[in-house]
Every structure is written in structure tokens, then in C-alpha cells.
Design a protein around this ligand. Structure first.
Ligand SMILES: [Zn+2]
Length: 472
């Protein structure tokens, strides 16, 4: 972890805030609901009421209607969330060879430098500190005790050799452990300004929400084979499966989303109880979505379609952002860090590539953004750019480049290939501009990538969970 002296420029920014009698440094709570597709959130237009708490939070704050992740899977997306850098620059992209470099300044490090208490609570294997994501956190805890204990060196060899155990661990219900740990920490540190990251993993497959959420959306008469388990491994779950089975699968996913929403409610309730709600910026977002055969396949980390990269972002910042605002402009994962810096009265790191969303949230006119997403894991090298109403997907391995008109084809079902004119040409230029930005920023910083040293059990757990490898 990186501990740096507080730079003079940062002190100058902080001094007025510290000296002002009525100025309070806001607390920050970032909740990441893993694998939450934007189009399954009620306030984003979903027909089911999956997310009453998140919708209420949006009513009290700002909802960003077109928010795009940097990547279609957990590790690089969270690395971009924490660093405000594109995947190509932070380099933490494949989960097999490179961890987030120590030299990169993370959000937690920024808050720590500013005197905040910092904590992170997570339940998914790709948030493990072996990947470098724990930088800057005073406390960074894996909240699945049996898995964490094994990863910490107890019975690693025995456990690592048992694939069935790994699969079972993926079936677990982990939200209560995460929220209980986060709540206990919050009660202890309520007096200090805090930056807290909470990762809810249960919406990620498998889909086994506890009652009553398991039956909340499904057909009560359903008697098929789908029980939410083995989503990735069960060969009966494929693109040609019976529609009733697919509907049951999605109903269980939606039940998991509502189960996560309940845990967001618990955290918001604790802020109310501790009388911290007015002084706390709350963010609810996700790292990526997933595919339910929208384009023929299941899972994620294999394409850059909207179902894999379109994610929700809701920010409630009392007194700092308006209430009930909906931003329809395109926004990006890398914009979250600069937004939090501005809302917290902290100078943005000069390493950040994103830009604050606060002006947009206040209704100001700002130049439109280009959203870049990348998939650089396994055998894939894909990049997409969204600009205006167009989206270009470039597959560097096959050389294929297709684009979609999102205004007339929002589900990306009608690929276009003419890049010589009109929207296609505009998108090609947008992609070139993004690539130039990547080159410039990468050259400017020259971050030394460092090797990931994974505990053997973590490596095995990741493989057994369906991650790691081109098999999904
Ligand atoms: Zn994820």
C-alpha cells in the first residue's frame, strides 16, 4: 500500500474546509452491487419492482441514466472505479499476470491522505488485495469467513484441491456478512470522516436468493430444473433453452437484485440511525452486467454489448447535488472518482482521466463524453466506444469492427460495417481519439506493472467459479 506525504497543493485545498466552522467534510459510502445490469433496475425502466431503495435514493439525489463501465467483468471495472483510469492504463486487466501498481493513486489513498478513515468490505474473489485493490484502505476485509480463512493460509492445500468445495462456495449468501462487518466498522468510526466501500456479491451468479426473494418474481407453478445454481456450468442452461426455464432463471436473478436492495436499505437505515445521512455522500453503482442470451451467450467477460457494460449510477449528496435529477448524458466509470473529489472539496488527482459529473448533475452544459470500454482478458482484445447515439465495437483479434445506431437499435441487434461515412466514420474518429488519450496517459505515467501473487486457493476458487479462462 502507498503512503505518501500530503502534497502542499492538497493542504491548501483542505485548509479552508478544516478552518471553516460550518463546513463539514462529507463522509462517502460507495456501494457496488456486482453484476447489476442497468436495465434490471426499476428506475432505469425495468418492468419489475426490483430496487425500491435505490429508486428512493435516486429521488433524493441524481440518477445517471446512461452510465457505462470500463469493462465487462469485476477486476478491471473495480480498478477503473478506484483509479479513474482506463483499463489500458491501470493495467489490471486480466487477473492472471498483473496487479494494480502501487504507484497508482486510488480513491481510498486520496481520502486517507485527506485524513479520512477508510474501509472496504467485499465478498467476491476478484476484490482480493492480491490484485492491488486494497491500496489506501485502513481496513480491507474479505467478508466470506470460510473462504477468507482458507485464503489466509489455513488448509490451503487441502481446500485448493477440491473443485466441488469451490463451486459450493459460489452458492453462498454473502450480503449479510458484508453489511454486518461494514455496519460494525461504521459504528466504531462514526466520529471521523470516512470513505467506505461496500461490495455486494449476491446478485452475481449463482442465483440463490433467500426466501422470500427466491419466489418474489417467479412463476409459482414452475416445476422445471432451474433452481439458480450452476448457472455457468449447467449445460442445460443454453441459448436454446425453454422459455419458461429462462424466465425462471431471470426471475431468480431479479430476486437477488431485490435481496441486494434490501441490504442497501440496511446501510441507509444505519446512516439515519447514526444521524450521518445529511453528511454522507452515498453512491450506488455496479461493476458490469451480464448476458442472458441477449446475443446468444451467458455470463460476461466475452463481449462488450450493452447488457454487459451498461450499469446504474445513483448519487445522493445532500446540500451538494440536487434532488430528483436525472442525467441523460453519457457518463463513464472513470468519472466517479473526480466526482467524489469535487463533492468532497478535495483537489482531483492529476492522474485521473475521468471528469467530475457534478456540473452535469447541476444541469450545466458540458461537452459530450466518449465512453470507452475494454476487454483485454483471456484471448480477447476488444474495445468499444459510445459517442452520441452510436457505438463502435472493435475486435482486435479478428479485425472485425461493427457499429450500432443506439437510437434506432438500442439492443444492438443490427450491426453496421460502413466506417467511411456518417455515424460509422464519426465513431471511428472517436475510437482513434480515445486510443490517443490512452497512449498519452500511459506514456505520461509509465506505471510499472507488478506481478500478481495469488494465494493458491484464490486461484482455484476463481477458476471453479467460472472465471479465469475462455470457457464462459
Ligand atoms: Zn463483477
Amino acid at each position: 500500500m502507498m503512503l505518501r506525504p500530503v502534497p502542499l497543493s492538497l493542504l491548501l485545498v483542505l485548509l479552508p474546509a478544516c478552518g471553516g466552522e460550518h463546513q463539514v467534510r462529507p463522509n462517502v459510502l460507495v456501494i457496488s452491487i456486482d453484476m447489476l445490469r442497468a436495465d434490471h433496475v426499476s428506475s432505469y425502466g425495468y418492468e419489475r419492482t426490483t430496487t425500491p431503495t435505490i429508486d428512493g435514493l435516486a429521488d433524493d439525489g441524481v440518477r445517471f441514466a446512461r452510465h457505462v463501465s470500463s469493462a465487462p467483468w469485476t477486476l478491471p471495472a473495480h480498478a477503473a472505479m478506484f483509479t479513474s483510469l482506463p483499463d489500458s492504463v491501470h493495467g489490471c486487466v486480466d487477473g492472471t499476470s498483473n496487479a494494480l501498481p502501487d504507484g497508482i493513486t486510488t480513491l481510498a489513498e486520496r481520502y486517507s491522505q485527506a485524513g479520512y478513515g477508510t474501509s472496504g468490505f467485499f465478498a467476491g474473489p476478484y476484490l482480493h488485495p492480491a490484485f492491488g485493490l486494497g491500496q489506501g484502505f485502513d481496513e480491507y476485509r474479505f467478508c466470506v469467513p470460510d473462504l477468507a480463512a482458507r485464503l489466509d493460509g489455513q488448509s490451503v492445500d487441502q481446500w485448493a484441491g477440491d473443485p466441488a468445495a469451490h463451486r459450493r462456495s459460489h452458492h453462498g449468501v454473502t450480503n449479510p456478512g458484508v453489511v454486518n462487518a461494514a455496519s460494525a466498522w461504521l459504528r466504531e468510526h462514526r466520529e471521523d470522516p470516512f470513505f467506505m466501500f461496500v461490495h455486494l456479491w449476491d446478485a452475481h451468479f449463482d442465483f440463490v436468493p433467500p426466501a422470500p426473494f427466491d419466489a418474489r418474481f417467479g412463476d409459482p407453478s414452475y416445476d422445471g430444473f432451474v433452481d439458480g445454481r450452476e448457472f455457468f456450468f449447467d449445460q442445460r442452461i443454453h441459448g436454446g433453452m425453454d422459455d419458461r426455464d429462462l424466465r425462471q432463471l431471470i426471475a431468480l436473478y431479479d430476486g437477488e437484485i431485490m435481496w441486494c436492495d434490501v441490504h442497501v436499505k440496511l446501510l441507509l437505515g444505519l446512516l439515519d440511525e447514526l444521524q450521518l445521512a445529511d453528511d454522507t455522500i452515498v453512491v450506488v453503482t455496479s461493476d458490469h452486467g451480464t448476458e442472458f442470451f441477449d446475443h446468444g451467450s451467458k455470463g460476461h467477460r466475452r463481449t462488450l454489448y450493452g447488457e454487459a457494460i451498461n450499469i446504474p449510477l445513483v448519487i445522493r449528496a445532500p446540500g451538494r447535488l440536487p434532488r430528483g435529477m436525472v442525467v441523460d448524458d453519457l457518463t463513464r466509470m472513470v468519472d466517479l472518482g473526480p466526482t467524489l473529489m469535487e463533492l468532497s472539496g478535495l483537489a482531483p488527482s492529476n492522474e485521473f482521466v475521468g471528469q467530475s459529473l457534478a456540473p452535469l448533475a447541476r444541469g450545466e452544459d458540458v461537452p459530450p463524453r466518449i465512453a470507452l470500454s475494454e476487454l483485454l482478458a483471456d484471448q480477447n482484445r476488444m474495445r468499444s466506444v459510445i459517442s452520441g447515439q452510436g457505438k463502435l465495437v472493435w475486435n482486435e483479434v479478428t479485425g472485425d469492427a461493427v457499429w450500432f445506431n443506439l437510437a434506432s437499435d438500442p439492443k444492438e441487434l443490427k450491426p453496421q460495417r460502413d466506417l467511411t461515412q456518417g455515424l460509422g466514420l464519426e465513431l471511428l474518429r472517436a475510437l482513434q481519439a480515445e486510443m490517443e488519450t490512452i497512449e498519452r496517459v500511459a506514456e505520461q505515467h509509465q506505471y510499472p506493472w507488478q506481478p500478481i501473487v495469488l494465494p493458491p486457493a484464490l486461484d482455484s476458487a476463481i477458476r471453479a467459479s467460472g472465471y479465469g479462462g475462455g470457457d464462459k
